[in-house]
Ligand binder design. Structure first.
Ligand SMILES: C[S@@+](CC[C@H](N)C(=O)[O-])C[C@H]1O[C@@H](n2cnc3c(N)ncnc32)[C@H](O)[C@@H]1O
Length: 412
Protein backbone atom coordinates (compact mmCIF):
# COMPACT_ATOMS: atom_id res chain seq x y z
CA UNK A 1 0.00 0.00 0.00
CA UNK A 2 1.41 3.44 -0.85
CA UNK A 3 1.99 6.00 1.91
CA UNK A 4 -0.90 8.13 0.59
CA UNK A 5 -3.28 5.17 0.46
CA UNK A 6 -2.27 4.14 3.95
CA UNK A 7 -3.03 7.66 5.15
CA UNK A 8 -6.47 7.75 3.54
CA UNK A 9 -7.63 4.41 4.89
CA UNK A 10 -9.96 5.18 7.80
CA UNK A 11 -8.24 3.81 10.86
CA UNK A 12 -9.87 1.68 13.49
CA UNK A 13 -9.28 3.44 16.77
CA UNK A 14 -7.47 1.26 19.27
CA UNK A 15 -9.84 -0.12 21.85
CA UNK A 16 -7.93 1.20 24.81
CA UNK A 17 -4.84 3.37 25.01
CA UNK A 18 -4.83 3.60 28.80
CA UNK A 19 -3.67 7.08 29.76
CA UNK A 20 -1.75 7.53 26.52
CA UNK A 21 -3.07 9.88 23.83
CA UNK A 22 -4.83 8.50 20.79
CA UNK A 23 -2.49 8.10 17.82
CA UNK A 24 -2.71 10.75 15.11
CA UNK A 25 -4.13 8.32 12.53
CA UNK A 26 -7.36 8.20 14.54
CA UNK A 27 -8.17 11.75 13.37
CA UNK A 28 -11.17 12.08 11.09
CA UNK A 29 -9.68 11.72 7.61
CA UNK A 30 -10.41 14.22 4.86
CA UNK A 31 -8.73 15.24 1.65
CA UNK A 32 -7.25 18.49 3.03
CA UNK A 33 -5.59 16.87 6.07
CA UNK A 34 -1.76 16.77 6.00
CA UNK A 35 -0.32 13.29 5.59
CA UNK A 36 2.15 11.93 8.11
CA UNK A 37 5.27 9.97 7.34
CA UNK A 38 6.22 7.16 9.67
CA UNK A 39 8.79 9.34 11.43
CA UNK A 40 6.32 12.20 11.83
CA UNK A 41 3.76 9.85 13.33
CA UNK A 42 6.32 8.65 15.84
CA UNK A 43 7.41 12.21 16.62
CA UNK A 44 3.79 13.17 17.33
CA UNK A 45 3.25 10.09 19.43
CA UNK A 46 6.30 10.83 21.58
CA UNK A 47 5.45 14.52 22.00
CA UNK A 48 1.73 13.96 22.62
CA UNK A 49 2.59 11.08 24.96
CA UNK A 50 4.98 13.30 26.92
CA UNK A 51 2.32 15.98 27.15
CA UNK A 52 -0.17 13.50 28.56
CA UNK A 53 2.46 12.00 30.86
CA UNK A 54 3.17 15.43 32.35
CA UNK A 55 -0.53 16.18 32.79
CA UNK A 56 -1.53 12.78 34.08
CA UNK A 57 1.42 11.07 35.71
CA UNK A 58 3.73 13.80 36.96
CA UNK A 59 1.03 16.16 38.18
CA UNK A 60 0.43 14.28 41.48
CA UNK A 61 4.12 14.84 42.33
CA UNK A 62 3.65 18.58 41.78
CA UNK A 63 0.58 18.58 43.99
CA UNK A 64 2.49 16.67 46.70
CA UNK A 65 5.41 19.08 46.51
CA UNK A 66 2.98 21.98 46.84
CA UNK A 67 1.34 20.69 49.99
CA UNK A 68 4.45 19.19 51.61
CA UNK A 69 7.05 21.86 50.80
CA UNK A 70 5.70 24.97 49.12
CA UNK A 71 2.80 25.78 51.45
CA UNK A 72 4.74 25.25 54.72
CA UNK A 73 7.61 27.38 53.37
CA UNK A 74 5.22 30.15 52.31
CA UNK A 75 3.37 30.07 55.62
CA UNK A 76 6.67 30.40 57.49
CA UNK A 77 7.95 33.17 55.25
CA UNK A 78 4.76 35.24 55.18
CA UNK A 79 3.63 34.48 58.72
CA UNK A 80 0.21 33.62 57.19
CA UNK A 81 -1.11 31.50 54.34
CA UNK A 82 -0.59 32.94 50.84
CA UNK A 83 -3.33 35.42 50.03
CA UNK A 84 -3.80 34.69 46.34
CA UNK A 85 -2.49 32.63 43.46
CA UNK A 86 0.23 35.18 42.69
CA UNK A 87 1.82 34.74 46.11
CA UNK A 88 1.34 30.99 45.87
CA UNK A 89 2.93 30.87 42.42
CA UNK A 90 6.00 32.74 43.64
CA UNK A 91 6.49 29.90 46.14
CA UNK A 92 5.87 27.24 43.50
CA UNK A 93 8.38 28.77 41.12
CA UNK A 94 11.14 28.22 43.69
CA UNK A 95 10.33 24.51 43.99
CA UNK A 96 12.40 22.06 41.91
CA UNK A 97 9.44 19.74 41.22
CA UNK A 98 7.34 22.58 39.81
CA UNK A 99 10.33 23.94 37.90
CA UNK A 100 11.00 20.55 36.31
CA UNK A 101 7.35 19.90 35.47
CA UNK A 102 6.72 23.38 34.13
CA UNK A 103 9.94 23.51 32.07
CA UNK A 104 9.22 20.08 30.56
CA UNK A 105 5.67 21.10 29.78
CA UNK A 106 6.74 24.29 28.05
CA UNK A 107 9.48 22.52 26.04
CA UNK A 108 7.04 19.82 25.08
CA UNK A 109 4.47 22.35 23.89
CA UNK A 110 7.18 23.90 21.72
CA UNK A 111 8.03 20.44 20.39
CA UNK A 112 4.41 19.61 19.54
CA UNK A 113 3.88 22.93 17.78
CA UNK A 114 7.14 22.70 15.86
CA UNK A 115 6.24 19.15 14.79
CA UNK A 116 2.88 20.42 13.46
CA UNK A 117 4.54 23.26 11.58
CA UNK A 118 7.32 21.11 10.08
CA UNK A 119 4.84 18.48 8.89
CA UNK A 120 2.71 21.20 7.32
CA UNK A 121 5.58 23.06 5.66
CA UNK A 122 7.06 19.84 4.24
CA UNK A 123 3.94 19.36 2.12
CA UNK A 124 2.65 22.91 1.87
CA UNK A 125 2.61 23.13 -1.97
CA UNK A 126 0.47 19.97 -2.11
CA UNK A 127 -1.84 21.20 0.65
CA UNK A 128 -2.27 24.53 -1.14
CA UNK A 129 -3.14 22.78 -4.39
CA UNK A 130 -5.59 20.39 -2.71
CA UNK A 131 -7.36 23.19 -0.85
CA UNK A 132 -7.40 25.40 -3.93
CA UNK A 133 -9.14 22.61 -5.87
CA UNK A 134 -11.61 21.93 -3.04
CA UNK A 135 -12.43 25.63 -2.75
CA UNK A 136 -12.79 26.07 -6.51
CA UNK A 137 -15.87 23.88 -6.39
CA UNK A 138 -17.94 26.29 -4.25
CA UNK A 139 -18.34 29.98 -3.40
CA UNK A 140 -18.56 29.69 0.36
CA UNK A 141 -15.28 31.49 1.14
CA UNK A 142 -15.04 35.29 1.28
CA UNK A 143 -11.62 36.79 1.96
CA UNK A 144 -10.82 40.41 2.70
CA UNK A 145 -7.14 41.00 1.82
CA UNK A 146 -7.22 44.55 3.20
CA UNK A 147 -8.16 43.36 6.72
CA UNK A 148 -5.76 44.55 9.41
CA UNK A 149 -5.99 41.80 12.03
CA UNK A 150 -6.15 43.01 15.64
CA UNK A 151 -2.71 43.50 17.19
CA UNK A 152 -3.26 40.77 19.78
CA UNK A 153 -3.56 38.22 16.97
CA UNK A 154 -0.83 39.64 14.75
CA UNK A 155 1.80 40.09 17.46
CA UNK A 156 1.09 37.12 19.68
CA UNK A 157 1.42 33.51 18.59
CA UNK A 158 -1.14 31.94 20.89
CA UNK A 159 -0.26 28.66 22.57
CA UNK A 160 3.12 28.81 20.80
CA UNK A 161 1.65 27.98 17.39
CA UNK A 162 4.39 29.15 15.00
CA UNK A 163 3.06 32.05 12.93
CA UNK A 164 -0.08 32.30 15.03
CA UNK A 165 -3.51 32.49 13.43
CA UNK A 166 -3.09 35.37 11.02
CA UNK A 167 0.25 34.85 9.29
CA UNK A 168 -0.52 34.57 5.57
CA UNK A 169 2.36 33.29 3.46
CA UNK A 170 0.47 34.34 0.31
CA UNK A 171 -0.43 32.29 -2.77
CA UNK A 172 -3.46 30.65 -1.20
CA UNK A 173 -1.55 29.72 1.94
CA UNK A 174 -3.25 27.23 4.28
CA UNK A 175 -0.36 26.59 6.70
CA UNK A 176 -2.00 28.09 9.80
CA UNK A 177 -5.13 25.97 9.33
CA UNK A 178 -3.26 22.70 8.78
CA UNK A 179 -0.90 23.43 11.69
CA UNK A 180 -3.86 24.19 13.93
CA UNK A 181 -5.76 21.02 13.07
CA UNK A 182 -2.74 18.82 13.84
CA UNK A 183 -1.94 20.79 17.00
CA UNK A 184 -5.38 20.53 18.57
CA UNK A 185 -5.41 16.77 18.15
CA UNK A 186 -1.88 16.29 19.45
CA UNK A 187 -2.23 18.61 22.46
CA UNK A 188 -5.57 17.14 23.52
CA UNK A 189 -4.50 13.59 22.75
CA UNK A 190 -7.69 13.06 20.74
CA UNK A 191 -9.93 13.86 23.71
CA UNK A 192 -11.96 16.26 21.61
CA UNK A 193 -13.02 13.45 19.28
CA UNK A 194 -11.79 12.36 15.83
CA UNK A 195 -13.03 15.64 14.33
CA UNK A 196 -11.80 17.81 17.25
CA UNK A 197 -15.34 19.08 17.58
CA UNK A 198 -16.34 18.39 21.19
CA UNK A 199 -17.10 22.07 21.88
CA UNK A 200 -19.43 22.13 18.87
CA UNK A 201 -21.13 18.93 19.98
CA UNK A 202 -21.40 20.35 23.50
CA UNK A 203 -23.12 23.42 22.06
CA UNK A 204 -25.61 21.24 20.20
CA UNK A 205 -26.23 19.08 23.28
CA UNK A 206 -26.85 22.19 25.40
CA UNK A 207 -29.34 23.57 22.86
CA UNK A 208 -31.16 20.25 22.65
CA UNK A 209 -31.52 20.19 26.43
CA UNK A 210 -32.35 23.84 27.04
CA UNK A 211 -34.24 24.73 23.86
CA UNK A 212 -35.68 21.36 22.84
CA UNK A 213 -37.00 21.30 19.29
CA UNK A 214 -35.52 24.72 18.45
CA UNK A 215 -34.10 24.87 14.91
CA UNK A 216 -32.17 28.13 14.42
CA UNK A 217 -32.30 29.11 10.76
CA UNK A 218 -29.27 31.39 10.73
CA UNK A 219 -26.20 30.75 12.89
CA UNK A 220 -23.11 32.92 13.35
CA UNK A 221 -19.84 31.54 14.75
CA UNK A 222 -17.48 34.33 15.86
CA UNK A 223 -13.80 33.31 15.63
CA UNK A 224 -14.56 30.04 13.86
CA UNK A 225 -10.92 29.08 13.22
CA UNK A 226 -10.86 26.14 10.79
CA UNK A 227 -14.54 25.53 11.53
CA UNK A 228 -14.12 22.15 13.24
CA UNK A 229 -16.70 23.02 15.90
CA UNK A 230 -18.75 25.04 13.42
CA UNK A 231 -19.03 21.83 11.42
CA UNK A 232 -20.59 19.97 14.35
CA UNK A 233 -23.24 22.69 14.65
CA UNK A 234 -23.79 22.79 10.88
CA UNK A 235 -24.19 19.01 10.82
CA UNK A 236 -26.78 19.16 13.62
CA UNK A 237 -28.77 21.87 11.80
CA UNK A 238 -28.32 20.96 8.12
CA UNK A 239 -31.17 23.23 7.04
CA UNK A 240 -29.57 26.28 8.72
CA UNK A 241 -27.31 28.80 7.04
CA UNK A 242 -24.13 28.96 9.13
CA UNK A 243 -21.62 31.81 8.86
CA UNK A 244 -18.16 31.57 10.42
CA UNK A 245 -16.15 34.78 10.82
CA UNK A 246 -12.41 34.54 11.39
CA UNK A 247 -9.42 36.88 11.01
CA UNK A 248 -6.89 34.39 9.64
CA UNK A 249 -7.04 33.89 5.85
CA UNK A 250 -4.93 30.72 5.99
CA UNK A 251 -7.25 29.34 8.69
CA UNK A 252 -10.29 30.08 6.53
CA UNK A 253 -8.93 28.70 3.24
CA UNK A 254 -8.09 25.48 5.03
CA UNK A 255 -11.40 25.46 6.95
CA UNK A 256 -13.50 25.99 3.81
CA UNK A 257 -11.58 23.24 2.00
CA UNK A 258 -11.96 20.96 5.02
CA UNK A 259 -15.73 21.51 5.10
CA UNK A 260 -15.95 20.86 1.35
CA UNK A 261 -13.90 17.68 1.73
CA UNK A 262 -16.26 16.52 4.47
CA UNK A 263 -19.33 17.31 2.33
CA UNK A 264 -20.58 20.07 4.63
CA UNK A 265 -22.31 22.62 2.44
CA UNK A 266 -24.12 24.96 4.81
CA UNK A 267 -21.17 26.96 6.20
CA UNK A 268 -20.04 30.27 4.68
CA UNK A 269 -16.51 31.29 5.80
CA UNK A 270 -15.94 35.05 6.00
CA UNK A 271 -12.70 36.84 6.81
CA UNK A 272 -13.19 39.64 9.28
CA UNK A 273 -12.59 40.99 12.75
CA UNK A 274 -15.24 39.65 15.10
CA UNK A 275 -15.09 42.90 17.08
CA UNK A 276 -16.83 44.34 14.04
CA UNK A 277 -17.87 41.54 11.70
CA UNK A 278 -18.28 42.57 8.04
CA UNK A 279 -21.91 41.49 8.02
CA UNK A 280 -23.79 44.77 7.62
CA UNK A 281 -27.20 44.49 9.23
CA UNK A 282 -27.39 40.67 8.97
CA UNK A 283 -29.22 39.02 11.87
CA UNK A 284 -28.84 35.50 13.23
CA UNK A 285 -30.96 33.33 15.52
CA UNK A 286 -27.91 31.87 17.21
CA UNK A 287 -24.57 33.67 17.71
CA UNK A 288 -21.77 31.63 19.28
CA UNK A 289 -18.11 31.99 20.14
CA UNK A 290 -16.23 28.85 21.13
CA UNK A 291 -12.93 29.21 23.00
CA UNK A 292 -12.25 32.62 21.51
CA UNK A 293 -12.55 34.99 24.45
CA UNK A 294 -9.34 33.86 26.19
CA UNK A 295 -7.42 34.95 23.11
CA UNK A 296 -8.68 38.52 23.08
CA UNK A 297 -7.99 41.53 25.24
CA UNK A 298 -10.56 42.60 27.82
CA UNK A 299 -11.61 45.56 25.67
CA UNK A 300 -11.95 43.32 22.62
CA UNK A 301 -14.05 40.88 24.61
CA UNK A 302 -16.58 43.63 25.32
CA UNK A 303 -16.72 44.55 21.64
CA UNK A 304 -17.21 40.88 20.66
CA UNK A 305 -20.18 40.74 23.03
CA UNK A 306 -21.51 43.93 21.41
CA UNK A 307 -21.17 42.22 18.01
CA UNK A 308 -23.22 39.30 19.27
CA UNK A 309 -25.91 41.73 20.50
CA UNK A 310 -25.89 43.68 17.21
CA UNK A 311 -26.21 40.60 14.99
CA UNK A 312 -28.70 38.69 17.13
CA UNK A 313 -32.28 38.51 15.86
CA UNK A 314 -35.17 39.09 18.29
CA UNK A 315 -35.96 35.79 20.00
CA UNK A 316 -32.37 34.66 19.41
CA UNK A 317 -29.67 33.35 21.70
CA UNK A 318 -26.00 34.13 22.07
CA UNK A 319 -23.77 31.42 23.51
CA UNK A 320 -20.11 31.94 24.52
CA UNK A 321 -18.18 28.86 25.59
CA UNK A 322 -14.91 28.94 27.52
CA UNK A 323 -12.76 27.11 30.05
CA UNK A 324 -14.34 27.39 33.51
CA UNK A 325 -13.30 30.29 35.75
CA UNK A 326 -10.95 29.28 38.54
CA UNK A 327 -11.03 32.25 40.82
CA UNK A 328 -12.84 30.30 43.59
CA UNK A 329 -10.72 27.13 43.39
CA UNK A 330 -7.92 26.18 45.85
CA UNK A 331 -4.75 28.19 45.15
CA UNK A 332 -2.72 25.24 43.83
CA UNK A 333 -5.50 24.48 41.36
CA UNK A 334 -5.67 28.13 40.35
CA UNK A 335 -1.92 28.02 39.61
CA UNK A 336 -2.28 24.83 37.58
CA UNK A 337 -5.21 26.24 35.62
CA UNK A 338 -3.34 29.49 35.11
CA UNK A 339 -0.29 27.75 33.65
CA UNK A 340 -1.21 28.51 30.02
CA UNK A 341 -1.59 32.18 30.84
CA UNK A 342 1.97 32.42 32.13
CA UNK A 343 3.97 29.90 30.14
CA UNK A 344 2.04 28.96 27.00
CA UNK A 345 1.74 32.35 25.26
CA UNK A 346 -1.89 32.78 26.23
CA UNK A 347 -1.54 36.43 27.22
CA UNK A 348 -5.23 37.04 27.93
CA UNK A 349 -5.99 33.70 29.59
CA UNK A 350 -5.56 35.01 33.15
CA UNK A 351 -7.45 38.28 32.65
CA UNK A 352 -10.32 36.47 30.89
CA UNK A 353 -10.63 34.12 33.85
CA UNK A 354 -10.77 37.12 36.16
CA UNK A 355 -13.44 38.85 34.10
CA UNK A 356 -17.09 38.60 35.08
CA UNK A 357 -18.37 37.46 31.69
CA UNK A 358 -22.03 37.68 32.69
CA UNK A 359 -21.53 41.30 33.69
CA UNK A 360 -19.66 41.95 30.43
CA UNK A 361 -22.59 40.54 28.47
CA UNK A 362 -25.00 42.78 30.38
CA UNK A 363 -22.79 45.78 29.62
CA UNK A 364 -23.02 44.82 25.93
CA UNK A 365 -26.77 45.41 26.07
CA UNK A 366 -28.35 42.16 27.24
CA UNK A 367 -30.98 42.69 29.91
CA UNK A 368 -29.99 41.34 33.37
CA UNK A 369 -32.83 38.80 33.40
CA UNK A 370 -31.72 37.48 30.02
CA UNK A 371 -28.13 36.61 30.92
CA UNK A 372 -27.30 33.21 32.42
CA UNK A 373 -24.18 31.30 33.35
CA UNK A 374 -24.28 27.61 32.62
CA UNK A 375 -22.19 24.58 31.65
CA UNK A 376 -21.96 22.52 28.49
CA UNK A 377 -20.40 19.17 27.76
CA UNK A 378 -20.45 16.40 25.21
CA UNK A 379 -19.48 12.78 25.39
CA UNK A 380 -16.09 11.80 24.08
CA UNK A 381 -16.39 9.59 21.03
CA UNK A 382 -14.24 6.72 19.83
CA UNK A 383 -11.69 5.07 22.03
CA UNK A 384 -10.82 7.50 24.74
CA UNK A 385 -7.69 7.64 26.83
CA UNK A 386 -8.48 7.15 30.50
CA UNK A 387 -7.40 10.45 31.89
CA UNK A 388 -7.96 12.53 34.94
CA UNK A 389 -8.80 16.25 34.83
CA UNK A 390 -6.12 18.07 32.86
CA UNK A 391 -6.33 21.40 34.60
CA UNK A 392 -7.33 24.00 32.07
CA UNK A 393 -8.12 21.61 29.22
CA UNK A 394 -10.74 19.15 30.31
CA UNK A 395 -14.01 18.85 32.16
CA UNK A 396 -17.19 20.67 31.34
CA UNK A 397 -17.06 24.08 29.73
CA UNK A 398 -18.30 27.29 31.25
CA UNK A 399 -20.89 29.07 29.10
CA UNK A 400 -22.47 32.47 29.33
CA UNK A 401 -25.69 32.92 27.35
CA UNK A 402 -27.72 35.99 26.51
CA UNK A 403 -31.21 36.03 25.10
CA UNK A 404 -32.81 38.76 23.07
CA UNK A 405 -36.56 39.04 23.65
CA UNK A 406 -38.95 38.98 20.72
CA UNK A 407 -40.27 42.37 19.67
CA UNK A 408 -43.76 41.58 21.00
CA UNK A 409 -42.21 40.86 24.40
CA UNK A 410 -40.63 44.32 24.65
CA UNK A 411 -43.40 46.37 23.02
CA UNK A 412 -46.50 46.81 25.15
C1 LIG B 1 -8.74 28.94 20.03
S1 LIG B 1 -9.24 29.34 18.43
C2 LIG B 1 -10.88 28.65 18.45
C3 LIG B 1 -11.40 28.44 17.05
C4 LIG B 1 -12.79 27.85 16.96
N1 LIG B 1 -13.79 28.68 17.58
C5 LIG B 1 -12.84 26.46 17.52
O1 LIG B 1 -13.65 26.23 18.41
O2 LIG B 1 -12.10 25.59 17.06
C6 LIG B 1 -9.62 31.09 18.50
C7 LIG B 1 -9.87 31.68 17.13
O3 LIG B 1 -10.45 32.97 17.29
C8 LIG B 1 -9.92 33.81 16.29
N2 LIG B 1 -10.04 35.21 16.72
C9 LIG B 1 -9.68 35.76 17.91
N3 LIG B 1 -9.94 37.08 17.92
C10 LIG B 1 -10.48 37.38 16.72
C11 LIG B 1 -10.96 38.58 16.13
N4 LIG B 1 -10.95 39.74 16.78
N5 LIG B 1 -11.46 38.52 14.89
C12 LIG B 1 -11.51 37.36 14.20
N6 LIG B 1 -11.06 36.19 14.71
C13 LIG B 1 -10.55 36.18 15.95
C14 LIG B 1 -8.49 33.35 16.15
O4 LIG B 1 -7.91 33.78 14.93
C15 LIG B 1 -8.64 31.84 16.28
O5 LIG B 1 -8.82 31.22 15.06
Amino acid sequence: MSAAAEHLTPPSPPADTGWLPLPMNTMEQHAALPTLTHDERVRFQVAAGMNTFLAQRLLPAVQRAASERVEPALNAELGRPPADRHEYRRGLERDPTWQTWSRLRRSNMEMVQQACRLTTLRQLPTLVETCRALNAGHDRLTLEPSLQPPGYLARLHSHLMPGGYVTDLGSDDVAAGATYELGVYAVLGGKSGPASDRAGRATVAWLQEHRPGWRPKRILDLGCGIGANTAAIARAFPEAEVVGVEAGAAMLRYGAARAAALGIENIRFVQGDVEQPPLGEEKFDLVVSLMVLHETSRAALGRIFESSQRHLAPGGLTFHLEQPPYRDKPLIEQCLRDWDGRYNNEAFWSSMHETDLAEALRRAGFAPGHVHETEANAPQVGATPKTQEDYGRGGAWYVVVGEKPRLEEVRP
